[in-house]
Design a protein around this ligand. Structure first.
Ligand code: SF4
Ligand code: SF4
Ligand code: SF4
Length: 440
């Protein structure tokens, strides 16, 4: 038992029951083994059978559940920018992170800022060829001319430098015209389209600046895309306490013909919107049902994708890479409409986190050092022994700051949701790929 207990404490062995089936997960090799529910219950109660202990010992002797030392050299360089084209928006979603920062100021990013931002990125990215930029907001389509300017400029820079720009655009979709959609398709711009599910759930929070529901106009723009683009888009929903049973929202989107779907929990201090400990069992039940439905849908429609269940168990990144998370402030920066640089969009307009400007470059290196720490797994004590660490990557520093007041203190509710989402993803991938199995 000592070995089993030790492996669990180290976060290399994780035992879980999903949809009445038992699983052992080896976080060091991303391997999943199926076993009986009784075995899992026995392990959790610290009374595993001799046979289970022997099986785990045997796996251990074959190299599983063993952490290999990782020598991490921080060679990270900037490769991505989030371009906040404007903080303005034609919606007033109550859970919006932009709300309260700038009162939706109308300033848009001028061409001169775009140009300097690209020069900065090219210069900082060293030998890296592919550079990524997301057009973000507020609602970025309110700065459509600047977006077109940026795309045209990128073509010129590509010819001059041999670099390659990859763009995405995050939008509430309401302002998308067929001409814009066509332009974005021709220029290979990936779309992240925000939509919250059924008319009732979407219209609860995604309301226009005039206080009107937006379901019809948003779906009117999204559906032609889902019907004609095979790839290159995701419809991303946010679920809150009000639609904790968000499976119906995923099913609603799929029933409309949308095949690329992502749904994420809201991060909110508001008690009627955000999640608390008592919501976790309900959410777990919902993720179990969702995983069953996703598997069933995948069996009939291989083009369907639920973003958060797309965990790659066979060709994961190297451990050095997995020791780092999103790269905010280290590999990735947000650029405000004025040209100020922040670790990411969530820190935008927070003077304590201003790293520099696109005109002067990085001027506050101490924030960069803080970000290096925040985006490195080993800096966060709870992450070091968390079984989900190499898939989670160590969470979101912005959410930590918002919900715990500390960049390096993971937000416990967020961690619990993340872990149940990973269990669901492991279950889906095991069922899908018939992964390594030991018969017990
Ligand atoms: S659409 Fe996006 S940017 Fe606009 S208010 Fe809603 S969450 Fe905020
Ligand atoms: S942020 Fe939470 S879930 Fe992610 S690795 Fe750290 S402790 Fe685990
Ligand atoms: S800190 Fe959080 S919001 Fe910012 S880029 Fe990282 S994961 Fe995203």
């Amino acid at each position: 038992m000592d070995l089993v207990k030790e492996l669990i404490q180290l976060g290399t062995l994780h035992c879980f029951i999903w949809n009445q089936e038992g699983y052992l997960f080896d976080s060091t090799s991303n391997s999943v083994f199926s076993c009986s529910v009784q075995d899992i219950l026995d392990i959790k109660e610290e009374h595993p059978s001799l046979e289970t202990i022997q099986d785990i010992q045997e796996l251990y002797d074959h190299g599983y559940f063993q952490e290999k030392p990782v020598h991490f050299e921080d060679n990270r360089i900037y490769k991505s920018l989030c371009l906040i084209m404007t903080r303005n928006c034609n919606f007033r979603c109550p859970y919006c992170f932009e709300k309260g920062k700038s009162n939706f100021s109308e300033q848009v990013m001028e061409p001169q800022v775009v140009q300097k931002a690209f020069e900065f990125l090219v210069q900082q990215s060293g030998n890296r060829r592919v550079l990524e930029c997301d057009f973000f907001g507020g609602e970025p389509l309110l700065a459509w001319e600047s977006i077109q300017y940026a795309i045209a400029l990128s073509k010129k820079i590509e010819l001059e430098t041999g670099k390659r720009f990859r763009f995405s655009l995050t939008t509430n979709a309401s302002l998308l015209t067929p001409e814009m959609t066509d332009y974005l398709y021709r220029h290979d711009i990936s779309l992240i389209l925000s939509q919250d599910g059924t008319p009732e759930n979407h219209n609860r929070f995604r309301i226009s600046s005039q206080g009107k529901p937006t379901y019809e106009e948003v779906m009117g723009a999204i559906l032609p895309i889902s019907q004609t683009w095979k790839e290159g888009y995701y419809v991303r929903g946010t679920y809150t306490k009000k639609n904790i049973h968000f499976l119906q929202d995923v099913q609603h989107l799929y029933a409309q013909g949308i095949q690329k779907i992502s749904f994420e929990p809201v991060v909110s201090e508001q008690k009627d919107i955000g999640f608390c400990t008592t919501d976790l069992p309900v959410l777990k039940d919902e993720y179990q049902k969702l995983s069953t439905w996703v598997l069933d849908t995948l069996s009939k429609d291989p083009d369907f994708s639920f973003y958060h269940f797309e965990v790659n168990l066979t060709h994961g990144a190297c451990k050095e890479k997995l020791m780092t998370s999103c790269g905010a402030g280290v590999e990735y920066l947000s650029v405000s409409p004025e040209g100020d640089l922040y670790p990411c969009h969530q820190f935008d307009a927070n003077a304590d986190f201003k790293i520099g400007t696109v005109f002067d470059g990085i001027t506050n290196t101490s924030i960069v050092e803080t970000c290096k720490k925040c985006t490195y797994l080993a800096s966060k004590a709870p992450c070091v022994k968390c079984w989900a660490r190499y898939i989670c990557g160590g969470g979101c520093s912005a959410n930590n700051l918002r919900m715990t007041g500390q960049l390096l203190t993971p937000w416990d509710i967020g961690c619990e949701i993340q872990k149940m989402r990973i269990e669901a993803a492991l279950y889906v991938q095991v069922k899908r790929n018939a992964m390594t199995k030991i018969k017990k």
